[in-house]
Write a protein that binds this ligand. Structure first.
Ligand code: GTP
Ligand code: MG
Length: 378
């Protein structure tokens, strides 16, 4: 591995030099702030410098390292690992392109660079990541935590992240009221509403021993009812379609003896206000119905945000995040929950029914959010 050391007056300059000389495959190995006194005998004139050690990995180098560590590595794993390294460099470069406030913050709290990169790598937005670090630093100052103590900063960053998330095991309820709790799942097309309902129905029926009924009001997509019905048949659950509010009221009347009724709705684009309004009208019955907004983490953050805004018309009780197995950037969840401020009730992590369902507590959710960036954890 070809290692080189770059010194510059600031970190941005050092990274720019690395990028220019070693190209975008370069890996940052270490960073160091050098106080003026440690630069030879010219200390009076010398300024604070930043030292960045970088290298360009060769395929054989990486493979040898993995083999030495006893980790057999295939081409895909290697490609993924290289992609992650490139993502690291992009993060460093994006840190370098932050506004002046952020640059000052990074320079004053140089130790925060690595943590900031971890948050970015986890998929938390630039605004979200910098706000977390700023709040953590403020909170450290407030509590008079001295010096540039990286362990303390990590602890405060974790606490800030935790402060922003909440969870609720919404579907764990007794039926002392004598009427079933009715829960509808809404959200954009193809995010996994029907599959999540099937997974949840299995959990509630077989583990929590609840009596569950299923209703599909998706009369839009061909085969939508049959999809839910197929899962219901395997589990031996009652499943009926409803095409109007009256149908829905009748179906709910039929299910009065259930502990819980789960309603599957049609997925629509968040731009299609007319179709979203149709579902709103359809679920307007005499029965109290809670709603749960399902969002896929494979969507772009801005799309998730727009979708959440459109489906907020349902006044959702909780959020459900799906397909976390398809991305390494689950930090998007933190951006959404800081924005929408609703508890997360369910997470799904695969296509298998019923296995791939998580009922998270705050700790679990934080781990999921930090994903790749778990090195933030002290
Ligand atoms: N990888 C992965 N795929 C999932 C997950 N949840 C659902 N899917 C897949 O996503 C696809 C769509 O799932 P559905 O449950 O039909 O989605 P939907 O929101 O009901 O779709 P519409 O009713 O058409 O709006 C299916 O292929 C599911 O197997 C998940 O957690 N991970
Ligand atoms: Mg569906």
């Amino acid at each position: 591995m070809n290692k080189r050391i770059y010194r510059a007056e600031n970190i941005q300059l050092a990274i720019a030099n690395i990028k220019q000389e070693l190209g975008s495959d370069a890996m940052i190995l270490s960073t160091r702030k050098i106080a003026p006194k440690s630069i030879g005998s010219y200390s009076k004139r010398a300024r604070t410098m930043f030292e960045v050690e970088a290298s360009v990995p060769e395929y054989s180098d990486v493979k040898t390292e993995y083999n030495k560590a006893g980790l057999g590595i295939n081409q895909k794993e290697l490609t993924d690992s290289i992609k992650d390294d490139i993502a690291d460099i992009k993060d460093m470069i994006s840190i370098a392109s932050f506004g002046n406030g952020m640059k000052n913050m990074v320079c004053n709290h140089f130790e925060s660079v690595g943590i900031l990169a971890s948050l970015l790598r986890a998929g938390i937005s630039e605004a979200g990541s910098s706000s977390i670090i700023k709040k953590a630093s403020l909170s450290m100052d407030k509590n008079s935590v001295k010096g540039s103590n990286i362990k303390s900063l990590k602890k405060y960053v974790m606490q800030q992240c935790l402060n922003q998330i909440s969870t609720k095991d919404f579907f764990n309820r007794d039926n002392s009221s004598g009427v079933p709790h009715v829960a509808a799942f809404v959200g954009p097309t193809g995010v996994g509403k029907t599959t999540t309902i099937a997974k949840l129905a299995a959990l509630l029926t077989f583990e929590r021993k609840m009596k569950i009924g299923l209703i599909s009001i998706d009369n839009y997509r061909v085969g939508a009812f049959e999809q839910l019905k197929a899962y219901a048949s395997i589990m031996g659950l009652l499943c009926v379609p409803a095409f109007s509010s009256q149908d829905l009221t009748c179906a709910l009347d039929r299910m009065k003896s259930m502990d819980m009724v789960l309603i599957d709705t049609a997925g629509h684009s968040h731009f299609d206000k007319v179709k979203i309004d149709e579902i709103l009208k359809l679920i307007h019955t005499d029965f109290a119905i809670s709603t749960h907004l399902v969002l896929s983490v494979t969507s772009e953050s801005t799309i998730m945000k727009d979708a959440a805004a459109a489906f907020c018309a349902f006044n959702p009780d909780t959020l459900v995040f799906t397909k976390i197995d398809e991305t390494k950037r689950c930090g998007k969840i933190l951006d959404q929950v800081s924005d929408i401020k609703l508890p997360v009730s369910l997470i799904t992590n695969g296509q298998r029914v019923p296995e791939d369902l998580i009922v998270p507590d705050r700790g679990k959710l934080l781990k999921i959010i930090l994903g790749n960036g778990q090195q933030v954890v002290a």
